[in-house]
Design a protein around this ligand. Sequence first.
Ligand code: TXA
Ligand code: MG
Length: 339
Amino acid sequence: PPARATRLVPTTAPGAFAEAARLLAAGGLVAFPTETVYGLGANAADPRAVAALYAAKGRPAFNPLIAHTHDAASARRLGHFNRAAGLLAERFWPGPLTLVVPYAGDDGVCELARAGLDTVALRVPSHPDAAALLAAFGGAVVAPSANRSGHVSPTTARHVMEDLGGRIDAVLDGGPAPVGVESTILDVTGAVPVLLRPGGLAREVIEAALGHPLARPGRADDARPVAPGRLASHYAPRARLRLDAGDVAPGEALLTFAGALPPGADRAAQVIDLSPSGDLTEAAARLYGALRGLDASGCAAIAVVPLPHEGLGEAIADRLARAAAPRPADETSASEIPT
Ligand code: TXA
Ligand code: MG
């Protein structure tokens, strides 16, 4: 992609949102904080801007994007909402939940952003800076995580600069993303919502609101579309991950939880505890920063202790499993679609 001078703008700077909205309207690429992770925004209605976004990330154009709006009413104009979708939107927007619904938005979200699907992924973020930018812009903004395709998602403006500096127009710096893992994605095109990606809104909370369990996602060879981001090997640090480790091997770093110190921990190259108090919400918020931090230490391998799978533990386990998965030799191979 062509080189661009990337401006780092604190969201507290006067006129920051108006200027960022102007950049988006002109076809620019602007990264901004959301409650989950930093997103890389482009005008959803502008195919040239969306094409530039795919190029800046190095993302295959057949992996669709999430369209973000500043309120639920705007999102609802872009899709058909059945009873379950309406209930979930009412209960959880704004917040870390993405709903996949049949598309109904004319040109509001261009075909390229939807990767040609007749469905659209919609989200109304709760982060005040994201809401302010979306309100200033007015239309829908597509925003994948603001990392190079296949890398760990960014939870700070500095992470975004490390990955995308020189490739995008601006980064709005609003401090660390509070949730720390991406939104939960539900396919609500049918009567029973399907969990496509565990994320920042825990399954248990959604199931309690619905009064019944979520359905399991179809396999990738099913006819129904899956979230391509679910496939193996994403969110990958350079170092190899060894999951559910009962010990620490020589030369390994340790990613631990709730103060657990398995045998060999004393000789670990580096130790990061995701939450000394055993709080899974804190662990999710710290996960990607920890992976980047351990990577920066230059260790070749990271031992990861077993973590509980309830609540946000499901999203953490999902991201760790993908970070540990075998890497495709070629990032753009059709069977492995990094996000
Ligand atoms: O928290 C988040 O969701 C962040 C912030 C920035 O909002 N965004 C994010 O976007 O994680 P991205 O592009 O990294 O992940 C979007 C996922 C991909 O796995 C994509 O395949 C899936 O959503 N997706 C998008 N449209 C879809 C559709 N119509 N049907 C099924 N999956 C879809
Ligand atoms: Mg992503």
